[in-house]
Structures are given as C-alpha cells and as structure tokens.
Design a protein around this ligand. Structure first.
Ligand SMILES: [Zn+2]
Length: 357
C-alpha cells in the first residue's frame, strides 16, 4: 500500500521503527563543500555532517511527538536544504501544535547544552566565519540558533507557520486558518526570495520557492479535507459499475473502457472479488501479451478495500499514496468503487453545494 520510495534516496538507519533516508543530492553537497575547502575539507565536512545530525534530531522531535499522538511516520528524509518527516495521518490542530513545536524545541535544547561550553571556554560567535575556521562547538551552536530562528519564521509550511496555523485553527477552523497562514507564508517567501537575489544566496532562493509552492499545496489539501470531513466512503462511492470475469479478454475490457464505463474494473468470479483491472494493467498487458489474453492474468490481486463507514478523509489519504481505485466492501460483498476521478467529482459537487448555501 505504500508508495515506492524515491530511487534518489537511500536508507541510512532506522530509529524507533522510522526509516531515516538520505537524498543522494546530500552527498553532492558534501563534495561541493569539501572540494573548495582544500586541506580544511575533513573539518568542513565533519561540521556539515554534525549540523545535519542536529537537523535529524529536529525531525525526530517532530516524528517521535507524532508517534506519541498516535500518528504514524512513513519516513524521515534528509535533503541538502533540510529534513522532512512524512506523517501518514492528519493531526488535529492541537496535535499539530505539539508535533511542530517539538522540532525547534530540540534545537533550543542543543543550544542550552552548547552555550555554557562556548561561554566557559571564552569562545565567541561569528556568523560571518567560513566553514572549518571555527571549533565544532561554536559552529554547532551557531547552526542550532539559526535552525531555531529560521524554522520559527511564520512562513507556512515551515514550523513557525504551522504553529501559527494550529493556533488559528483552534479558533477559526482549519480551512480559514490554513489560507491565512499560507497567505503570510507566500508573502514571506517572496521577501525571502528577493533577499536571496540581492544577497546572491541561491539556497535561500530555493527555500523561498519551496515555501511558496508548499503553501499553495497546503491550501489545496486543506480545502480538500474540509470537503471530505464528516463524509464516509459510502457517500462518494460509485454504485453503478461493471465488473469483469477473469475469463474475459483484454479486448473486451478495452471495449468497455471505450464505451464509457469506468476506467477500472473489479474482477469477479461467482460473487467473489479476485482482483482489479485498472487502466495501467490493461494497457501494460495489452502490449505485453496481446488483446486476446485473459483479464485473470492481467489484473492486480493486491487491490485495496475499505469498509463503507471509512471516513472519506482516510480514502483521500490513500489516494495521495497510490491513485489506483479502491473497492468498498463488507467482508466478501462488493458495494461500490471509488476512483480518483469520481472522488474529484464528489468534492466538486460538495464545493458547489457550499457555494450555493
Ligand atoms: Zn521542523
């Protein structure tokens, strides 16, 4: 049921059952930093690795708090511009507040440990120093101060923006809160982008672009969730659909698609579901084994099924991982089928209903 992992990242370790992955561009970052540093390279790379260990601890702060709230974590991936902890569920505003604040809190805790060491050894902070010129403790203290400050900017979907959204959501509801937080986030993204342009900081420009796009996506997802909230799989499923026998040929299936029936067919024998034949399986098998081969050999057996009283929110989340249609079943009995397209139509009608209300 899980989405295949990006081929561009590899698993580094597993902490509390959470896979920790590193994106391969991160290795490029090490080369990019190591090469110009010359004889300081080992020290510079050591500092970068130590800083990313702090980024990982920050993400673990989010992830372990989420697990405590009963929300699953798919994985944590480290990118050159930071880390991402992928939640598998959707926290409510109160949970989001605690999950989010736990990340920067980790950086603040590291600062609290390192600051007395730096202070007692008479070292000073210098944010303009080049990488490798400072002691590891000073570099880490500066990095964690920066990570704390930067993440706490109210630039949704960064941590500060998420905290703002969570606090607003407790008062004015999630959809409105998201659109306000996203508006502030996009405004700040534009400011950051121009600061990046004038300061010739490419990384800052990239981060600004991610914040801008991320804010837009979050609004779309919040609107989507508001439309599916309190609705069940039962409300959105198609109940008029065709099924196929495993002994039907692929060309018969293709004819039904062309005739305008659905794009994915439950494959049934004597009232029991054996599998699902979607557009992809159909097209793939047509090319591989020809139009006269059987549906039974082309269908996927690992179809996904939900109960009719499954919240539509969960169905929406399942589609975020994998767009293949989902069957609505009670034990062996097939009641309906939900596809991305028909869920999209359902949400469009819900939106229209709301518009006229
Ligand atoms: Zn964070």
């Amino acid at each position: 049921m899980s989405r295949p992992q990006s081929p561009w990242s590899f698993r580094l370790a597993t902490v509390s059952g959470i896979p920790i992955r590193v994106h391969f561009t991160f290795l490029l970052l090490l080369v990019w930093i190591g090469l110009p540093a010359g004889k300081d390279a080992p020290r510079a790379i050591g500092i970068v690795v130590a800083v990313f260990a702090c980024v990982l601890l920050h993400e673990l702060g989010h992830a372990l708090t989420a697990l405590k709230c009963g929300i699953g974590i798919r994985d944590i991936t480290l990118y050159p511009i930071g880390g991402v902890a992928m939640l598998t569920g959707r926290p409510n505003p109160k949970q989001e507040f605690w999950i989010t604040i736990a990340g920067p809190a980790v950086n603040l805790a590291i600062v609290a440990v390192l600051a007395p060491i730096v202070w007692s050894t008479g070292q000073t902070l210098d944010f303009t120093a080049r990488l490798g010129e400072q002691s590891l403790v000073v570099a880490l203290l500066e990095a964690n101060l920066f990570l704390f400050g930067f993440n706490m900017l109210p630039a949704f979907p960064m941590d500060g923006g998420r905290i703002l959204r969570a606090v607003l959501a407790m008062r004015i509801g999630e959809t409105k809160a998201t659109s306000i937080a996203a508006g502030i986030g996009q405004f700040l993204a534009v400011v950051l982008f121009f600061l990046g342009v004038f300061g010739q900081q490419i990384v800052l420009m990239i981060i600004a672009a991610f914040v801008f796009l991320g804010a837009g996506q979050e609004v779309a997802s919040a609107v989507g969730h508001s439309l599916t909230a309190n609705k069940l799989a039962l409300d959105a499923m198609m109940t008029r659909f065709r099924t196929l026998s495993p002994n039907a040929t692929l060309s018969e299936a293709a004819t039904m698609v062309v005739q305008g029936w659905q794009q994915a067919f439950p494959v049934m024998l004597e009232g029991r579901v054996l599998g699902l034949l979607g557009r992809d399986e159909l097209a793939g098998a047509m090319t591989a084994s020809g139009p006269d081969s059987y549906v039974g050999g082309a269908m996927r057996r690992d179809y996904r099924a939900v109960l009719p009283n499954t919240p539509l929110d969960s169905v929406l989340e399942m589609f975020a991982e994998d767009r293949t249609p989902i069957l609505v079943m009670v034990e062996e009995r097939l009641l309906g089928i939900i596809t991305v397209e028909n869920l999209g139509e359902f949400m469009m009608l819900e939106r229209a209903k709301r518009g006229s209300a």
